[in-house]
Design a protein around this ligand. Sequence first.
Ligand SMILES: Cc1cc2nc3c(=O)[nH]c(=O)nc-3n(C[C@H](O)[C@H](O)[C@H](O)COP(=O)(O)OP(=O)(O)OC[C@H]3O[C@@H](n4cnc5c(N)ncnc54)[C@H](O)[C@@H]3O)c2cc1C
Length: 392
Amino acid sequence: MSAAVGPAADAPFDLAEGRVVVVGGGLATARICAVLRRKKFRGALTVLGAEDLPPYDRPPLSKEVLAGLRDDSALPFDVEKLDVDLRLGTRATALDTASRTVTTTAGPVEYDRLALATGAEPLTLPGEGQQLTLRTLEDSLRLRAALVPGARVVVIGASWIGAEVTTVARANGCQVTCVEYGAEPLAGALGAEVGAATRGWWDGVDLRTSTAVASVEPDGVHLESGAVLPADVVVTGIGVRPRVSWLASSEVETDRGVLTDTRCRTNVHGVVALGDVAQRWSSRTGTHRVLEHWDEASTAATAAAMSLLSWDEGPMHDPVPYFWSDQLGRKLQYVGAHGPEDAVTVDRHPDGSLARARWSRDGLLTAWLGVGAAKDLVAARTAVGGPLADLG
Ligand SMILES: Cc1cc2nc3c(=O)[nH]c(=O)nc-3n(C[C@H](O)[C@H](O)[C@H](O)COP(=O)(O)OP(=O)(O)OC[C@H]3O[C@@H](n4cnc5c(N)ncnc54)[C@H](O)[C@@H]3O)c2cc1C
């Protein structure tokens, strides 16, 4: 990341009169607003959110909301108590860091300090057919209505979202086909050896691995082999990309996401980024990483808020990463960060299915995955970075 550009470091930020603008409207936004007020920021706090809803939580969208167990997932966000000027349906379209102005669909908005929390957007495949994706509450309710008994559902991608959608579709009595490019489910995220130990979970689903999709057309999913999978519903769950395109003409440095240091600071003085849009430096891996997990969006808010209030004095934020997934009747929990070269040890249940996986490099534990093993999570998180043998 290059040295700071834009307005030079200025006088200390005025906690009573300063103006903070947060561009976003999800978990990271809700959290940073709460921390700013907790840290005695009394100035103007404005949130610019593209959606028409106040901040809500996304994990339930592929779980309880999709399954019909609840209809919304609002986050605690008391506009009056937080004294937030919440501007919904307001999309940021450009940023001028020299004049400290965000251009939006509702006109320009000036700031003294700015937080970027625009999250990520789902990737889709070529073709003219309808592809449902799952990012918003609206997406979840639309998909929920389509997952009726007997519906021919093709899920593209056997990773986190694909497996969670498959869980609900299968429970609803849909005919589910899941097409996965990799050799095993979850192979992209966890590697083929670990993914292979989850195969048995896909009972009742036509799981087609090592299968490439060419396009999604009105008559179904066209495979590169030339075969066509007819479908009433196509759900594409092949990953997301951080929402950075609106920053293209700005001075803010991006790669896949917005590049930040461990204090969530971008290269521009007074501008931080957090959550799924950020590509944060991690001294654990020696790389900038896009984490795309709930825990990161939630916990980065403290460092990001503190950097806004006191640019050079905020705390470092570089925790052991954590995420979970509820899929095919199991709860998976992962801590750490493994690389493709790390050695992996897979423990299986007597029926051959995945119980636990541990990754290591040079004898040190880099990551741990447990299935239905919540009681071991804290110990595993503590053990990451230490000798593999310490975990027992
Ligand atoms: C269906 C689903 C299930 C998930 N399940 C899990 C799970 O089980 N475990 C886990 O660890 N993580 C899970 N996650 C990931 C987790 O929810 C995200 O990491 C988290 O939501 C990131 O929060 P965020 O605030 O950074 O981004 P988001 O929640 O995406 O919020 C970004 C907000 O910014 C708004 N926005 C975008 N562009 C603009 C713009 N230009 N102007 C104004 N506003 C804009 C968007 O509309 C959105 O409201 C899941 C995500 C999804 C979608």
